[in-house]
Design a protein around this ligand. Structure first.
Ligand code: 5GP
Length: 185
């Protein structure tokens, strides 16, 4: 299979969404897979952007019906990639970008070995904490969980295909690097 599936992963608040948004702004042509979540919608979000927001019960029904390529419990909420959403993007033949947490990235790679994982590294845990607090979208408890998880996720960096450091104030550099990786596809 031609390699056109890229997984963007990394700890919470490492800058994955910002990088993806910037790629779009700069005219990079790609299909973004919309994944499904049971977490509450945040201000400014809507159905289908960035997730299909559904109830826990509906999510569990979809699990039973085997509708997911992968799913995970992340910070107490379900997140998953539905087969139909990934298939729809892959069928276009365009570059496909999927944003998932590191465990999701590993399971997708297992099923699609030619997919490439781009792991976004935040500068350091203090900056990550500041970003999480600044975006004001998560409770103190959720921030604590996200930071603990980030610490784990920043071990074993050699398991990923590409590493991109998203330094504070140097978003352009990270975006350029991701663009270079995508171009090499
Ligand atoms: P957030 O709640 O901040 O939007 O996302 C929390 C985490 O869930 C992020 O690390 C994000 O990458 C991950 N995530 C989003 N969609 C999926 C998915 O379909 N599967 C998995 N495993 N993780 C996901």
């Amino acid at each position: 299979m031609k390699n056109n599936l890229f997984i963007i992963s990394g700890p919470s608040a490492s800058g994955k969404d910002t990088i993806i948004k910037e790629l779009k702004k700069q005219g990079v042509k790609f299909q973004r897979v919309i994944t499904t979540s049971t977490r509450p919608m945040r201000q400014g979000e809507k159905q289908g952007s960035p997730y299909w927001f559904i109830s826990k019960e509906d999510f569990e029904d979809l699990i039973k019906e085997d509708k997911f390529v992968e799913w995970a419990l992340v910070y107490g909420n379900y997140y998953g990639t539905q087969k139909k959403d990934l298939d729809r993007c892959l069928k276009t033949g365009q570059l496909v970008i999927l944003k998932v947490d590191p465990q999701g990235a590993r399971s997708i790679k297992h099923k699609f070995p030619s997919a490439k994982i781009i792991f976004i590294i935040p500068p350091d845990l203090e900056t990550l904490e500041k970003r999480l607090k600044l975006r004001g979208k998560d409770s103190p408890e959720s921030i604590k969980r996200r930071l603990e998880k980030a610490k784990e996720e920043l071990e074993n960096l050699n398991q990923w295909d590409y590493l991109v450091l998203n330094e504070q104030g140097k978003l352009d550099k990270a975006v350029e690097e991701v663009k270079r990786i995508l171009k090499g596809a």
